[in-house]
Design a protein around this ligand. Structure first.
Ligand SMILES: [Mg+2]
Length: 411
């Protein structure tokens, strides 16, 4: 089997997402995905990776992934950094794994060693339907304060607006679906006002309000995960951690910019609940350092930003060596979720899967043929070969399609 074509697919409507399809001379197609900086990533894939991949055997994925990420011997692509190149490499790596599964007729979890558990618990990231879809400049999170009037389009199906204005009803609506873990980011709006340098007692009280409302309404029946998007400086982050000690917080995600390992460790000494990192900075080497220092509890790498399944599996094994757990990130795209379901159920240290119910009920279904099933708050991987899904045929005929091909494609 040989690679004959490398294709990138982007839709303006979901502009941050980029899908990569790798075509072979046997007609099989593998798909991968990445997120953010799509135009630069398209250029990188066609300029640098595709000419190298054409004619190669896609089953040699260790070799191919190592070559595009680090180069072996001849420094194939120089010194790749952690942005555009690693996004492109991640999408290609996932497509290679998908191709291998499809050519062997086995689901991805079989390639990863078989399932340890048939399904995995999920949490809901309380984002709205259009959250992060579009390419934008600057800070990407839509930030609303409860001090602002409710927007005209307020509705109970928008989990982002609900976490700001009606957190108790939001928690109740999740429990009705047997989803008993939710992620919210009530401190972000204040971090942007003070650039994360300080937080007043009044602002702490304001940010804790949704957490109090949730606890009042449903007690400890739901786990609360607090996301900080790396916006705080250490002293303010520690103040927040102390203020949250009595609220039984399940995890604190990226409270500070996760670059300084000693600071993460100092933060952890003050926090009650897991400390989680880092979808942004985490590489195999980052995790080795952070695990060595005992600075985090949960690894939430994103398979489409960390180098793909090849790198994610290494991090999962490294976490095992340190008796730590994984909870891969997905507020990004459907391929990521498909892969996470396979990875989490095939790992002894798979803790919990991130899901966004507004994406799952919305745009994910407009892009791929299949998705993992969620029943009673648990995620089950697809059983078809490879990652278990393809792009829907309609995607390639849409008017907002940006498609580029190097080599040949079947359709
Ligand atoms: Mg995060």
């Amino acid at each position: 089997m040989k690679i004959v074509g490398v294709e990138t697919v982007q839709l303006a409507e979901y502009g941050n997402n980029l899908w990569v399809r790798i075509h072979t001379d046997e007609g099989a197609i593998g798909i991968g995905e990445t997120f953010r900086n799509p135009i630069s990533t398209i250029a990188y894939i066609h300029e640098t990776c595709a000419p190298f991949l054409l004619g190669k055997d896609p089953t040699q994925r260790q070799y191919l992934s190592a070559m595009i990420s680090k180069g072996i011997g001849n420094h194939f692509n120089g010194f790749p950094t952690r942005s555009v190149e690693i996004r492109g490499n991640s999408a290609i790596d996932i497509a290679l794994w998908d191709l291998c599964g499809k050519s062997l007729g086995k689901p991805l979890y079989e390639l990863l060693g078989g399932r340890i558990t048939k399904d995995i618990r999920i949490y809901n990231t309380c984002a709205g339907g259009g959250y992060n879809n579009k390419v934008r400049h600057g800070y990407n999170t839509q930030l609303i304060s409860r001090d602002d009037p409710r927007p005209d389009d307020f509705n109970e199906d928008d989990d982002l607006l609900m976490q700001v204005y009606e957190p108790a009803s939001l928690a109740e609506s999740l429990l009705v679906q047997n989803i008993n873990a939710m992620k919210i980011w009530p401190f972000d709006v204040i971090a942007l006002q003070t650039r994360g340098m300080e937080i007043s007692g009044a602002d702490i009280a304001k940010a804790i309000w949704p957490i109090e409302q949730i606890r009042k309404a449903v007690g400890d029946r739901i786990d609360i995960l607090v996301e900080y998007h790396g916006l705080w400086k250490l002293p303010a982050a520690i103040e927040i951690a102390r203020a949250l000690r009595d609220y039984n917080i399940y995890w604190h995600e990226e409270p500070i910019w996760m670059q300084n390992f000693d600071d993460i460790k100092r933060y952890k000494e003050h926090a009650s609940g897991f400390v989680t990192g880092s979808e942004n900075l985490g590489s195999l080497q980052w995790y080795r350092e952070v695990f060595q220092r005992g600075a985090i509890d949960v690894a939430n790498f994103d398979v489409i930003w960390v180098g793909g399944i090849t790198e994610a599996q290494k991090i999962a094994h490294l976490a095992e060596a340190y008796d730590r757990v994984i909870a891969p990130h997905d507020c990004t795209g459907p391929v990521t979720l498909l892969v996470n379901a396979h990875l989490l159920t095939a790992q002894p240290n798979g803790l919990i899967a991130e899901t966004v119910r507004s994406h799952l009920g919305g745009f994910y279904r407009e892009v791929v043929t299949d998705l993992p099933e969620i029943v009673n708050g648990r995620l089950t991987p697809t059983t078809a070969p490879g990652i278990g899904a393809d792009l829907l045929p309609d995607v390639l005929t849409r008017s907002d399609l940006n498609r580029k091909v190097t080599g040949q494609v079947a359709d």
